[in-house]
Structure formats: structure tokens, C-alpha cells
Design a protein around this ligand. Structure first.
Ligand SMILES: Cc1ncc(C[n+]2csc(CCOP(=O)(O)OP(=O)(O)O)c2C)c(N)n1
Ligand SMILES: [Mg+2]
Length: 562
């Protein structure tokens, strides 16, 4: 006979062996025995966040910053469903989350018991794998089954592609007979051998022949986490006059020869596609923010598009409707192999793009010099004045889009929830990141995104390294910018959701130091003071005009093609 709830001790021990150190816990009765027993293992650090939606994103931000699996733990019922937004983000952004939901034993599902829903396979559409654990480990057969599943679940968080896994843990009553800590014996240990697939020689040389024989090659890097270590490899493949490299802010690639500001460079390019259309397109990395590059390439398709992704769920993902080859490897493995076979060629493709880039950069400077106070002006100042050692979390969706318009020579480390582009957890993700480092973490958010996720402030772990910059333009300005919604009278209440809220009360409620700026001079003065705040986390609310900000951004793109 095993001691009460010995399966929880087994779970803890396997998690510790697998290197899981942090567990973000939300309160509840069904998961209380897990909290009680987990707290007896010094190797596990428990973090308490009451709102499960926020907790999921806090764990996501921690996992990204630590580059390791982070666990979340909640009670049964709708508590579990509230992990949905963070799990879907983690799935599409490939972030390892070990999701534990406590549950009733299966025989009690749908039998009129309280706080009970069908939790098995709850996240089926956006999870690496789901596991239904047995509700006790009384027999050797059940212990074997339990251990095997938990070993597999922990490994599936990181292999073959990182992402979230769901472990549903049924627990029967009594829930609080835990005076003694169970001491499980002979826990099964299973691991995954380190292995790396490669292109076979024939395939590699076929790709090299095509590549080396083409004079118009475009490489697009999508989202890559800071510290990806790909700069040198990318440089080897792209430093050639027949190749151009398009990067996004969230690619975290440094180098002067890239096209960093895709949108401003390609605006109005349609008339000149004879010069700019690529013959070969090579893509790697995660989500692409630029809608304009997607539209351009869907219309002017390359003859060959090779997409590099090790994720079977992404095989033949055809973002540009021109995919000809999926390369099922990590970017690092492929680029290492490919760098050895590419040969420099002669051509004008890079120069044509580079000339366009230079012209647009000059126009950008001319336009910005004349700007009155507005969102674009505020972003310009932020990207030149924020201390360059800060991590920057760009909220959805205008902050991440404005960031694409600036050159960012200062190489910040950029993060953004572009897996599913939700506004529901951007501040919580940044809060989790800040909990996991002593470095400065700044989140730049719009007002709707901030108020939506204000429970990000509702925990005891925010430190002075956490800085929130809130651009308050009184609603969802994106809907004034997008072509379409502004024509309809319902735009204000139902899309922009205009309001006159301010964050001062929230800041004081949650113990954040509060700063304001409502013009250029104030912002310049306040930014250094805001970053010098060393006693509390800090929030800087920047007020900007809604109509004018939208007008100025729309005119920017017209000006570029005038
Ligand atoms: C969870 C979720 N709900 C709705 C949306 C749609 N959406 C995208 S941006 C946005 C408004 C954002 O407004 P704000 O944060 O104020 O930024 P602004 O556009 O004003 O800069 C909304 C509602 C979303 N992305 N995610
Ligand atoms: Mg707004």
C-alpha cells in the first residue's frame, strides 16, 4: 500500500529530474495537495498568480527568458480553460510549458459534481500532446503507467519541437491527508538520445546548384528569440550581391546590410517587380508581422520557395502560396550545412534593393522631422531613448507594427506574442520574463492591451527591473489605421472601443511607481527618471491623440510613394 497521494511525489521527482524548476500556481482545492507536496521540494520554486489566464502568460515569459520548461498548475473546471490563450501562444511560438490541471477521477465527470468539466484533451488543437494520468498509483502496473507518461510529457515539452504539453491529474478525496510526505520507490527514468537529422548529400547539392545558379535570391527571417546564435551563419549565406535578407524587429538579427524596415521599403513596389521579384525565396524562423510582404509575395511569386522548419505541424505551411520545398530541420542545422556549399555570385539584385532602402530611409527621416506629437513621434523617441540593455516586449498589435518602421541600430532584445497575436497576455508575459531575470524588461503596450491584461500586476513578484510603457491613445487605434473599419459608425464603440481610462489608479493599487508624459518635452524629461526608479516596478503612461496619430501613420505610407 502506498502513502496518500504518492503520485504527486512521483510527479515532482520526475519533473525535477527533467530540469523543471519553476511552477506558476493558481489557487484551488483540487490542486491543493499538489501545492502542499510540491512546496516540500526545495528544487521547485513556486510562484503564485491567482488569475489562470495571467499565470499561463507569466509562465510563458519565464520559460522564454530562462530557455527552459516552466510548469503551471491549477484546479479543475473553468480554471483550466483559462490557460487556453497562453497555451495557444506557447504552441505557435514553440515555448515549453508543462501544464498540470487537477481533476476529479474520471468516474465523476459529468455526474453533477461541482467545478467539473471534461478536461481530458481540453487543448487538443494547440498542444504537443495531452496525458490523462491514473488517479492513483497503488499497483505496480499503475506506477509504471504513471511514470512512463510523465517522463514522456516532460520530454515532449522540448523534443522534437518545444511547446506546451497538458497533464491532467485526477485526484480523489480526501485531498488533505498529507501530514507525511510520500516516499515513492523505484521511479522509472527515461530519456531521449540527442540526435540531429541532416540533408543528404544529393539533396544538399541539388539545392546548392539551384541557389548558386540564380541571381535573385531573397531570404526572410521570421521571429527568432534573442540569443539564437544565427548571425554568423546568416551572414555567410547572405553576403553576396545576388542575395537580399529581409528581417523583422522580432528576428533579433543584427547587421547593416539587411532590409530591416520591410514595410517602408516595399510600399508601392508593385510597379517595379521586374527588378525586385525573387527567383528563390528561403524562409526560416517564426511568425512574420509584415502584412505587406505577404501580400507582395502572394502576388509576385518566386519560382522556388524553401521553408525551413523542424515542426511536423508546419510542414508545407504555405504563407506565400509559393512553397516548393519544406526543409524539415532547425534553421541552425540547415544554415550550417548550406553555408558550406553556397558560392558568391555576381549580380545587381542586392544593389537594387539597397538603393531603394537608402531612398526610403531618407524619406523616413524627412517625414519624421516634421511630426507633431503623436504615436509615431512617441515610438521614435522610445526606440532612441530606452536604455539599450533592456529586453523589449512589444505588445499586439500596433507596438509591434510601429517597431517595424524604425531601424533599431541599438540591438535591443525583442520579444512579442506573435504566435497568435493576442492582446490578452502581453503584459503578463513581460512580467514573467522580468521575474526570471535581473536585467531590465520593458513592455510597450497600447491602452486596450494594457487594461485587458491588468491582472499582470496582481502578484507579489514584480521588481524594479519591470517597466511598463503604456501608449494611451484612448482606444484601439489600429482600427483607425486599418483600411476599412473607419467608414462605419460602429467603429468607435465596437472596434476602437474608445474610452477615457487612465492607469494611475491601477498603478497605485498594485504598488507601481507612476509616471506620465503628454508631449515630446515631457517624454524626454521623464524617460531617464522612469528608468532610474530602483525601488518599485514602474509604469509610464504616455498620452497621445487618437485621430491625429492614425492620420499621421496613414499619410506616412502615402508620403513614401509621393
Ligand atoms: C485577445 C484578443 N482580442 C482581440 C484582439 C483584436 N485586437 C487587436 S489590436 C486590438 C486593439 C489594441 O488597442 P491598443 O492596445 O490600445 O493599441 P493601439 O492600437 O491603440 O496602439 C484588438 C482589440 C486581439 N488581438 N486579441
Ligand atoms: Mg490604444
Amino acid at each position: 500500500m502506498t502513502e496518500g497521494k504518492e503520485q504527486i511525489a512521483r510527479l515532482a521527482k520526475i519533473m525535477i529530474r527533467k530540469g523543471i524548476r519553476n511552477v506558476v500556481v493558481s489557487p484551488g482545492s483540487r490542486n491543493a495537495p499538489v501545492v502542499i507536496l510540491f512546496s516540500r521540494y526545495p528544487e521547485l520554486k513556486l510562484v503564485s498568480v491567482a488569475d489562470e489566464r495571467s499565470a499561463g502568460f507569466v509562465a510563458l515569459g519565464m520559460a522564454q527568458m530562462l530557455n527552459e520548461t516552466v510548469a503551471v498548475l491549477c484546479t479543475s473546471g473553468s480554471a483550466a480553460i483559462n490557460y487556453g490563450p497562453a497555451i495557444s501562444e506557447a504552441y505557435y511560438q514553440k515555448v515549453p510549458l508543462f501544464v498540470i490541471t487537477a481533476d476529479r477521477p474520471v468516474e465523476w465527470i459529468d455526474q453533477g459534481d461541482g467545478q467539473t468539466i471534461r478536461q481530458n484533451h481540453l487543448f487538443v488543437n494547440f498542444i504537443r500532446k495531452s496525458y490523462q494520468l491514473p488517479s492513483d498509483t497503488q499497483s505496480p502496473e499503475l506506477r509504471w503507467h504513471f511514470d512512463r507518461q510523465v517522463n514522456e510529457a516532460a520530454d515532449r515539452c522540448v523534443f522534437p519541437v518545444p511547446g506546451p504539453v497538458h497533464v491532467n491529474l485526477p485526484l480523489s478525496e480526501p485531498l488533505y491527508n498529507l501530514e507525511k510526505t510520500p516516499k515513492p520507490q523505484s521511479i522509472r527514468r527515461m530519456g531521449i538520445a540527442q540526435a540531429e537529422p541532416r540533408l543528404i548529400d544529393e539533396q544538399l547539392s541539388a539545392l546548392a546548384d539551384l541557389w548558386n545558379g540564380s541571381s535573385r535570391k531573397m531570404v526572410i527571417a521570421g521571429q527568432l528569440p534573442p540569443g539564437h546564435g544565427l548571425d554568423v551563419l546568416v551572414q555567410k549565406i547572405t553576403s553576396d550581391p545576388t542575395v537580399i535578407l529581409l528581417t523583422e524587429t522580432t528576428s533579433n538579427l543584427s547587421g547593416d546590410s539587411h532590409i530591416r524596415c520591410i514595410d517602408r521599403v516595399i510600399e508601392g513596389i508593385g510597379n517595379e517587380m521586374e527588378t525586385f521579384q525573387p527567383e528563390i525565396l528561403l524562409t526560416f524562423g517564426g511568425a512574420i508581422v509584415s502584412k505587406k510582404i505577404k501580400a507582395m509575395l502572394r502576388k509576385y511569386k518566386p519560382a522556388h520557395h524553401w521553408n525551413v522548419s523542424p515542426d511536423p505541424d508546419e510542414f508545407h505551411q504555405d504563407t506565400y502560396q509559393s512553397l516548393t520545398l519544406t526543409i524539415p530541420l532547425t534553421a541552425s542545422t540547415f544554415l550550417t550545412q548550406f553555408a558550406k556549399v553556397v558560392k558568391p555570385a555576381t549580380g545587381r539584385y542586392f544593389n537594387e534593393w539597397n538603393n531603394r532602402k537608402r531612398i526610403r530611409k531618407r524619406q523616413h527621416g524627412d517625414y519624421l522631422r516634421r511630426l507633431p506629437w503623436c504615436d509615431m513621434k512617441a515610438y521614435e523617441m522610445l526606440f532612441s531613448e530606452i536604455p539599450s540593455d533592456s529586453h523589449i516586449h512589444l505588445s499586439n498589435s500596433t507596438p509591434v507594427r510601429y517597431a517595424q518602421l524604425f531601424d533599431h541600430p541599438r540591438n535591443f532584445r525583442y520579444w512579442s506574442n506573435r504566435g497568435t497575436s493576442g492582446i490578452d497576455g502581453c503584459v503578463s508575459t513581460a512580467a514573467g520574463a522580468a521575474m526570471a531575470t535581473s536585467e531590465t524588461v520593458t513592455v510597450i503596450t497600447g491602452d486596450i492591451g494594457f487594461f485587458y491584461d491588468s491582472n499582470a500586476l496582481w502578484n507579489h513578484y514584480l521588481k524594479p527591473n519591470f517597466k511598463i510603457i503604456l501608449i494611451n491613445n484612448g482606444g484601439g487605434n489600429i482600427f483607425r489605421i486599418l483600411p476599412g473599419p473607419d467608414k462605419y459608425p460602429v467603429m468607435g464603440p465596437f472596434l476602437e472601443t474608445a474610452h477615457s481610462l487612465h492607469a494611475k489608479g491601477l498603478a497605485s493599487n498594485f504598488g507601481l511607481s507612476y509616471f506620465v508624459a503628454s508631449d515630446e518635452r515631457e517624454l524626454k524629461e521623464v524617460l531617464p527618471v522612469f528608468y532610474e526608479e530602483n525601488d518599485h516596478p514602474a509604469l509610464l503612461e504616455i498620452s497621445t491623440p487618437a485621430e491625429l496619430s492614425a492620420e499621421i501613420l496613414k499619410k506616412y505610407f502615402k508620403y513614401l510613394i509621393s
